[in-house]
Design a protein. Structure first.
Length: 288
């Protein structure tokens, strides 16, 4: 059985027991950020975009960004964990940054520590789900639109509670809404709606997560002459849409088959899965 490793702030450790220090502020207060990065052919993808978002989030959280926190630094550290864990094909990486230990709600310092973990995956490419997901609206908790909304902070209870409700209702996912009742995303993904061949996705100023795969899909749409707009999306928009799909860094694209009584196709979803695989195949060839 292969051994899995983590990097705890520069120290490479086997992932076979506790590896995080007591009093870690990410654990105690959710005082941290994280990025989830896909691995294809044993290589992490989109690292630069992830690090840009991570550093921007650190700045918003008033953490001191070390000068060595660069794309090159993290690419090397991530690749080391992947290689030591013998992940040669598909995988996923979680990169966490927490404010350093000390203090209670008022931190003693704004210095940070980082933590990298990697796990193998069966799929070494993006594969569209065979059966469309069933979704509904989650309205028990509204996501607040503030300076933290676009980042992956460790305060994720709105997503946890939404995912629990989806399970209780026998659904695959729930769609998160803001205080205006506009749909932002799902519990783990950004949302795209297709109507008459045009793509629509909630704008960052409405409070959705600034997903790396969301950005990739927007860029691929522009490159391939597909019209795409950032706009508010309401429940009424879902009822007249032709398609809906979700995007995140790990799954790529997941097509939605149904919202309540409404049924959807997956032609656009399939097209973008093929575009994604071609896009990263070319990048990995040039990387080698």
């Amino acid at each position: 059985m292969k051994k899995i490793y983590v990097n705890n702030n520069g120290e490479l450790l086997e992932n076979n027991g506790p590896t995080i220090e007591a009093a870690n502020r990410g654990h105690l207060y959710g005082d941290g950020l994280f990025e989830t990065i896909r691995v294809l052919n044993g290589v992490p993808i989109n690292v630069e975009i992830h690090i840009l978002r991570l550093i921007e989030g650190m700045t918003v959280l008033k953490m001191r960004v070390p000068s060595f926190f660069t794309t090159a630094f993290f690419t090397e550290r991530i690749q080391e964990v992947i290689d030591r864990s013998e992940i040669e094909k598909g995988g996923r990486v979680r990169l966490s940054v927490d404010r350093s230990i000390g203090g209670t709600y008022r931190p003693e310092t704004n210095e940070v520590s980082y933590f990298i973990e990697a796990y193998p995956m069966d799929n070494n490419e993006f594969i569209l789900n065979k059966s469309g997901w069933e979704v509904d609206l989650y309205t028990c908790i509204r996501k607040q639109n503030n300076i933290l909304s676009n980042f992956k902070t460790k305060n994720g209870l709105v997503y946890v509670m939404g995912a629990i409700e989806a399970k209780e209702k026998g659904l695959d996912d729930m769609l998160i809404t803001n205080s205006n009742g506009e749909i932002l995303e799902s519990t783990s993904s950004n949302l795209f709606v297709v109507s008459n061949g045009i793509l629509y996705t909630p704008g960052l100023d409405e409070g959705c997560l600034g997903g790396t795969m969301r950005m990739t899909i927007i860029n691929l749409a522009i490159e391939n002459g597909i019209k795409i707009y950032e706009s508010s999306i309401t429940p009424q928009n879902l009822l007249i849409a032709d398609e809906m799909f979700l995007t995140n860094a790990i799954n790529g694209i997941v097509w939605i088959g149904g919202y309540r009584t409404k049924r959807y196709m997956n032609n656009t979803s399939l097209k973008f899965v093929n575009l994604l695989n071609a896009h990263y195949s070319n990048k990995l060839v040039s990387h080698k």
